[in-house]
Design a binder for this molecule. Structure first.
Ligand SMILES: *Cc1c(COP(=O)(O)O)cnc(C)c1O
Length: 342
């Protein structure tokens, strides 16, 4: 796999900005190199551009070497950077499963890149062959999401592997919900598949959507490309410090996941009892996709009661569906009571 050949020419030839913290690494007693204000510590200093303290802790929790980790301003940042690195506007294209997370398409539009959708089957599964059939010589990225949003199911692992071995471009596997899934991450396969990019996030199981921290795991070559084109100080010090605190307290995250999975079981059991509910799709995430006769009516009924779920009525294959996040036992109970009244 020649990653370099997949790159846009301007990115391959890019001479990246060299910031003060790139030129001098290590500890010194006097810093007069970055035009910082010497007062107002610790906020006066530029943060570590490569966030090594955070990455070393992620290595301990996720078992991914630090040099195979990229950190960004949410998953949004690596999603956008992958387009900017690999996709020549108006020439290259990407292929994605449909339905899936909306940001892949939005970023394609922003970058003026053709976005090709391949509909999942009735079990929300895909085949490598169907995605490959939608590719051509200009297809640089394929977008997968497992567990998928908004459907909640994990994708067939055999087909993911088949795609990784047969597609001559980058396969992005978004694992935002992997901590809730019954099967593990693909991160153990990184050394086997140089074209694999895995996305994870602090926004879901880690309970830290507000700090905006997303992770990409990939070969050192791909990580090097993302680092070359990112904003020099893309993850601020408040976010880095909060991430360090969370990672040192990883048992808390595990406990939350356990609680939420137990609550998910209760929520599904209770939803099944409601005459209103036509179908509950199998879920491997912290939400459930639920089919009702009139999703718009259910959505607005709940809004009137100050309960917000996600109306997915207009999404492909999700007609009549709302997506419900698993909340606290009290929140779930409130939701169920209002659904009973509908
Ligand atoms: C929630 C979610 C994310 C998280 O995005 P952030 O920018 O990291 O908050 C990523 N991918 C999917 C599929 C999601 O549902």
């Amino acid at each position: 796999m020649n990653i370099d050949k997949l790159l846009r020419t301007n990115i391959r030839e890019l001479q990246p900005y060299s910031c003060a913290r790139d030129e001098f690494k290590g500890e010194a007693s006097v810093y007069l190199d970055a035009n910082e204000n010497p007062y107002n510590a610790p906020f006066n200093r530029y943060p570590d551009p490569l966030q090594w303290e955070v990455k070393d802790l992620i290595t301990k929790v996720k078992n991914v070497p630090a040099e195979n980790i990229f950190l960004g301003n949410g998953s949004d940042e690596p999603i956008d950077l992958l387009y900017r690195a690999f996709c020549e506007p108006r020439i290259d294209n990407v292929v994605a499963i449909e339905p899936t997370y909306g940001m892949y398409k939005v970023c394609a539009s922003i970058n003026d890149v053709e976005y090709r959708k391949v509909l999942l089957d009735e079990n929300f599964q895909f085949t490598a062959d169907s995605l490959l059939a939608a590719t051509n010589l200009y297809t640089k990225l394929i977008w997968l999401c497992s567990p998928n949003n908004p459907t909640g199911n994990s994708l067939d692992r055999k087909e993911i592997v088949k795609l990784l071995t047969s597609f001559e471009g980058i396969v992005v596997l978004d694992e935002a919900y992997i901590d809730f899934a019954s099967e593990g991450s693909f991160s153990g396969f990184l050394s086997q598949y140089p074209n694999l990019v895995i996305l994870q996030t602090f926004s879901k199981a880690w309970g830290s959507a507000a700090i905006r921290l997303g992770m990409a795991f990939a070969s050192t070559e791909i990580i090097g490309i993302l680092n070359k084109i990112k904003y020099p100080y893309n993850v601020n010090i408040l976010t880095q410090k909060q991430a360090v605190a969370s990672l040192k307290n990883a048992d808390q995250t595990k406990a939350w996941v356990k609680t939420l999975l137990a609550e998910r079981t209760v929520l599904v059991q209770e939803l099944e009892k409601l005459p209103l509910v036509q179908h509950i799709y199998p879920t491997d995430a912290n939400f459930v996709l639920v089919k009702v006769p009139d999703a718009n009516a259910v959505y607005h009924h709940l809004v009137d009661k100050s309960i917000i779920v996600r109306n997915r009525n207009t999404v492909s294959l999700c007609m009549g569906c709302v997506r419900i996040t698993v909340g606290t036992p009290e929140e779930n109970k409130t939701l169920l009571e209002e659904l009973k009244k509908f």
